[in-house]
Design a protein around this ligand. Structure first.
Ligand SMILES: Nc1ncnc2c1ncn2[C@@H]1O[C@H](COP(=O)(O)OP(=O)(O)OP(=O)(O)O)[C@@H](O)[C@H]1O
Ligand SMILES: [Mg+2]
Length: 272
């Protein structure tokens, strides 16, 4: 039977999470529910990574968090504010910025135009200038290629443009859906370094990745999705060190990836 463990950073106490998805049930139209009582919590200054096989519902979790999909039940909390049912614009205002799966730069536009799109809700020009300075400092390639056509950048560089765009609104939590998708190993390494830099610069990250091992090496906390809920959660180092988890989800497996874990695996990881 699937179990769920509360994830909590050492020294944090209830009420200190930036984002909480609590007992979420969500799906698409009349189809069966995709999320069935899922709970995920993101503490400040942390990277929380969701892993799971194709179709597990990882992107659906982020859509619920960013207001693209209204849950059938459960609550979405940003800080102590209940934002359940709000649409994407109001979720953005609450501090949740979503970088979608796949590539979303406008290739025919310049890097600067792409980044400034992220500031369309900000009226104050000096605030925009401050944010531009901030993202240029965080992502040197954005500064170096500011006037270039975005389509002339490599895939990994374009991903950094997307990150920069998402940070223009000073989000509390950035929702990153498969940022390494389609990138070669070197670009993947750079993208994960940038994810860590975003966290270190003060933005919490809820990260969805198929590249589970690499993502958990960057993350502070990890959650394994299965059957529409969090099957296992814990500190990322604990999850990486768990032999059964490694066999099932992290590429050490003898069988096919993505099958349902055994009941025994749920009881194995240490509690964070
Ligand atoms: N717009 C949609 N309409 C109907 N069903 C959808 C829609 N988007 C996703 N689904 C279904 O919801 C389930 C979960 O999809 P989701 O995209 O959340 O999975 P995922 O874990 O992100 O998968 P992947 O690793 O392939 O990105 C799948 O069965 C999928 O077919
Ligand atoms: Mg997905």
């Amino acid at each position: 039977m699937a179990s769920e463990r509360t994830i909590r950073k050492p020294n944090s106490s209830p009420g200190e999470y930036l984002l909480e998805l609590v007992d979420i049930e969500a799906g698409y139209g009349r189809a069966a529910l995709v999320l069935r009582g899922l709970t995920v919590r993101v503490p400040p200054a942390s990277v929380v990574c969701l892993v799971g096989p194709n179709g597990a519902g990882k992107s659906t979790v982020l859509k619920v968090a960013s207001g693209m999909l209204v849950p059938r039940s459960g609550r979405v909390l940003v800080g102590d504010q209940d934002v359940t049912g709000r649409g994407p614009q109001r979720m953005l205002e609450a501090g949740l910025s979503h970088v979608l799966q796949g590539h979303s730069v406008f290739k025919e536009m310049s890097v600067s135009e792409n980044v400034l799109l992220g500031a369309y809700t900000i009226k104050d020009r000096s605030e925009i200038a401050d944010r531009v300075d901030f993202v240029k400092g965080l992502f040197p390639v954005v500064a170096q290629r500011w006037g270039s056509l975005a389509g002339a950048l490599s895939g990994g560089q374009q991903k950094q443009v997307e990150f920069a765009r998402s940070l223009m609104v000073s989000p509390r939590v950035v929702l990153l859906d498969e940022p390494s998708m389609g990138l070669d190993p070197k670009a993947t390494g750079t993208v994960f370094e940038q994810v860590a830099r975003m966290r270190d610069a003060g933005t919490a990250v809820l990260l969805v990745e198929q590249n589970a091992r690499r993502a958990l090496e960057t993350a502070d906390l990890g959650c394994v999705l299965d059957l529409g809920r969090v099957h296992i959660a814990g500190s990322a180092p604990d999850l990486l060190a768990d032999p059964q988890l490694a066999e099932l989800y992290l590429g050490n497996r003898r069988g096919a990836p993505g099958s349902t874990p055994t009941a025994g695996s749920a009881a194995t990881p240490s509690t964070p």
